[in-house]
Design a protein. Structure first.
Length: 124
């Protein structure tokens, strides 16, 4: 896999079509869900790969379901997922300058936990 910061990330190993992702300049590494599943499966050889995949999918589904219901999901030491309400407003089309009505919406929000911040900023 080859990465050019701020440009396209192309993975030619997936044939016949190339998988193209946009990689922001601020990140140097990218982990996708299948890589997370593989790492967990490698560290837990007593579990089948398909079972690990089901567990990861179930965790994500539960977080999404709780957030959809308006609940806050807190994982101690890691962080908290919540939903913020954005009110309807009048925006501007940047190309034409024309006023555009933007509907209200709910957006996901993540706040890091204290332990995660400490581990990210530790010197070791």
């Amino acid at each position: 896999m080859r990465a050019i910061q701020g440009e396209l990330l192309v993975a030619p190993t997936i044939l016949p079509a190339y998988k193209i992702l946009i990689q922001p300049k601020w990140t140097s590494k990218l982990m996708i869900k299948s890589e997370l599943v593989q790492k967990i499966a490698d560290k837990n050889p007593h579990l089948y790969h398909r079972d690990v995949e089901r567990i990861v999918n179930r965790v994500f589904d539960e977080i999404i379901s709780s957030m959809k219901d308006g609940s806050r999901v807190e994982l101690r030491g890691f962080g908290a997922f919540s939903v913020k309400e954005r009110q309807a407003r009048t925006g501007r089309n940047p190309r034409t300058g024309e006023a555009v009505d933007v509907t209200e919406k709910r957006v996901p929000f993540f706040k890091t936990g204290k332990e995660l911040r400490q581990r990210l900023n530790s010197k070791a």
